[in-house]
Design a protein around this ligand. Structure first.
Ligand code: MN
Length: 348
């Protein structure tokens, strides 16, 4: 009896650990790390309202003021003084507003003194340790000054500051580079450096997906669409773009993660969709699905059953314009089954 009880206990413990692991697998970074990624991505793009939200969420998640400052200072090496200075200014304003509102944010540690000796020496050692081997190349022979700045300044003066660990520095760098155009080679290098410093494959995929989902269109991505989640398969995000109800034109940006689509549904007032990012699909009952690319416009007549969503392996973003909003009513129907979705989207 006692043995059975113990076995039972062990089994529930096993299930519990498994569940924790499953949760961990779904969201490979912890909350603080996620916020470092978001802060870095918005800093690199210079998107101030989004950055402000991410900074506040980072503080709420327990990042210290000095940890965040350190991320923003380091990013100047990857996206330039203007982006870094704007982000620091934004952070400074946010902190004084929080203080005025009575929120006490933890200052955290300041960096200790830099290692003994010249920056170029300990910086070269840091670079070798970070990358797993000495870094050489024709480019550095061609322009020795940049090699010296990288070694002495970036990997010495900046990476030598010990109040942010190297793994976190790499999370920030990967997110910032992924958010910028035309730096694929540097992104690939930093993904390799990240892996060498404990960032897993799953964590890198997560970062790239978050950055990609955020870069879909010039419009904000908004919040996860939890209110309508029961009418969607997969995750979607909603950003209402218009406020003034007297205009009678409610417009929202809707973003779908890969494979996400809404249920079959109809609108009594009809609906207009304008594709603005990624690759998506639209299908009316009994008809072939239509592939949607940025710039495509879909005019959905009143009372026609349809669904819209992302391609299986691509993010998608469209503006949704409610037509005849004074009288419009939406009717939600059954989900688009995996088989129907696969048939609608395959080979297109
Ligand atoms: Mn619709």
């Amino acid at each position: 009896m006692r043995k059975l009880f113990l076995l039972g206990m062990l089994f529930s413990l096993f299930c519990f650990v498994n569940q924790l692991e499953a949760k961990e697998n779904m969201k490979p970074l912890n909350e603080k790390e996620e916020k470092v990624v978001e802060i870095s991505m918005h800093t690199a793009r210079g998107k101030m309202p989004e950055l402000r939200k991410a900074l506040a969420a980072g503080l709420d998640a327990g990042l210290t003021v000095n940890e965040i400052k350190e991320v923003l200072v380091q990013l100047y090496a990857y996206c330039g003084f203007p982006r870094s200075l704007n982000a620091l200014g934004n952070f400074m304003t946010l902190l004084s507003e929080r203080e005025a509102a009575g929120i006490r944010d933890a200052a955290g540690k300041l960096p200790g003194p830099l290692p003994e000796g010249k920056s170029i020496d300990f910086g070269t050692a840091n670079q070798t340790k970070l990358c797993g081997a000495p870094v050489k190349g024709a480019l550095f022979d061609f322009a020795p000054a940049i090699d010296e700045y990288l070694k002495a300044h970036l990997f010495g003066d900046i990476f030598g500051r010990d109040n942010l660990d190297w793994r976190t520095r790499e999370l920030a760098t990967i997110a910032a580079l992924a958010a910028m155009d035309g730096v694929d080679s540097q992104l690939a290098s930093h993904i390799a450096i990240g892996k060498h410093n404990g960032v897993t494959e799953a964590q890198i995929s997560w970062i790239l997906e978050v950055v990609k989902g955020n870069s879909l269109s010039a419009f904000p991505r908004g919040e996860e669409n939890t209110a309508y989640a029961k009418y969607f398969i997969g995750k979607s995000y909603l950003a209402p773009l218009t406020k003034d109800e007297r205009l009678h034109v409610p417009v929202s940006n809707v973003t779908f993660e890969p494979g996400c689509r809404n249920n079959w549904h109809r609108h009594t007032g009809g609906q207009l969709l304008i594709a603005v990012g990624g690759v998506g699909f639209y299908q009316e009952r009994g008809k072939e699905a239509r592939k949607l690319l940025p710039g495509d416009v879909v005019e959905i007549p009143p009372d026609v059953d349809h669904w819209h969503g992302a391609a299986p392996d691509q993010w998608f973003s469209h503006l949704a314009i409610e037509c005849n909003p004074e009288t419009n009513k939406n009717t939600w129907l059954e989900p688009v089954s995996g088989a129907d979705y696969a048939r609608a989207t395959s080979g297109k």
